[in-house]
Design a protein around this ligand. Structure first.
Ligand code: PRT
Ligand code: ZN
Length: 297
């Protein structure tokens, strides 16, 4: 068993920046050399492998790296492919992360009328995700044909290669730019943290548990806000009731003002302008909403 924890992340692409940022937020100090596949942490026994995202699930299934950060779409596609080939694809999903959000969706040209999934019967669908598509269509009992493309899937209908597509969508701008409309979302995805099956060495298990606790703290902090405001003394309960997910606030006196107090509290949700306006209507003033960097309960 390796003494150093091997973590695989995407080298360059949509998940790279957030993956590196997560490692840095965890306190891992890294010197990245752009051309190097591997980076060593200076303050933990960790090696970071920087790879194509498509290579990460296989390395986890084969137990060659301990931990990986990859999109659930890529993970699921590779797991289904392995299973279709009669091989096992074992891993442990440790955590869904709060970046890389997208969905795999079926889309058709704007000019094509769509009622329900049966409209795809015997149609040809272009995709880079043939196994997730097959799994979905089998469950729906639809026969269809595929056109497997690694890129530029959205161009397939116009090039007469396919009737529709099954591709990743986040804002929908790419579909719109290609005169396509989303008609079914078949798989929701975000980046996730996965581990190879089986036990790690004691040292690595210890390090991983430490990181998992820290990730909880980071994710909770990202969702939470620190709120400070001045409240009329007789409106404290009303004001707290307007705030989402607030725990017991700290109440402090306000210098030279006996009618108002200062409230400090952590809200588990973001605070929208509408709520701030309601707080003001109830007499609150000097409302400050601050981001929280870390949280340990
Ligand atoms: O080089 P490597 O193989 O590592 O990277 P890659 O080119 O295969 O993947 P990359 O970096 O494009 O995406 C990595 C992961 O990011 C994906 O596997 C998803 O988990 C996630 N992700 C999140 C997305 C998107 N959002 C996304 N919008 N991946 C791709 N897209 C593409 C989509 O394919 C389409 O072309 O963006 C276009 C649609 O975006 P919208 O905003 O126009 O809808
Ligand atoms: Zn890829």
């Amino acid at each position: 068993m390796s003494k150093r924890l091997k973590i695989a992340i995407q080298k360059s692409g949509r998940l790279s920046k957030d993956s590196l940022e997560l490692l840095r937020d965890l306190g891992v100090k890294l010197q990245i050399q752009e051309q190097n596949l591997i980076a060593f942490a200076s303050n933990f026994a960790i090696d970071i492998l920087r790879l194509r995202d498509d290579d990460i699930p296989g390395l986890i299934f084969d137990g060659l790296v301990d931990i990986g950060i990859v999109g659930e779409n890529v993970l699921q596609e590779h797991a289904l492919e392995k299973k279709a080939n009669g091989e096992s694809a074992e891993y442990e999903l440790l955590k869904k992360l709060d970046f890389g959000f997208c969905r795999l969706a079926l889309a058709l040209p704007l000019s094509v009328k769509y009622e329900n999934i049966k409209d795809f019967e015997n149609k040809r669908i272009a995709t880079s995700y043939p196994y997730i598509l097959k799994d979905f269509m089998q469950k729906k009992g639809i026969s269809y044909k595929t056109c497997v493309l690694k890129g530029s899937v959205e161009l397939a209908p116009r090039a007469n290669l396919a009737d529709g597509i099954c591709d990743l969508v986040s804002s929908g701008a790419t579909l719109e730019a290609n005169s396509l409309k989303e008609v079914e979302s078949i798989f929701s995805s975000s980046a996730c943290l996965i581990k190879k099956a089986g036990k790690l060495s004691n040292e690595n298990e210890f390090l991983l548990n430490k990181f998992l606790l820290r990730i909880d703290g980071i994710m909770q902090a990202r969702e939470s806000k620190y709120i400070m405001l001045h409240s009329p003394k007789n409106k404290i309960d009303k004001i707290i009731s307007l705030l989402p997910g607030v725990e017991t606030p700290t109440v402090l006196p306000l210098a030279h003002n006996d009618d108002k107090v200062v409230l400090h509290m952590v809200s588990k949700e973001n605070l929208f302008w509408e709520t701030m306006e309601k707080l003001k209507d109830e007499g609150a003033s000097s409302i400050l909403v601050l981001p929280i960097e870390k949280m340990l309960r």
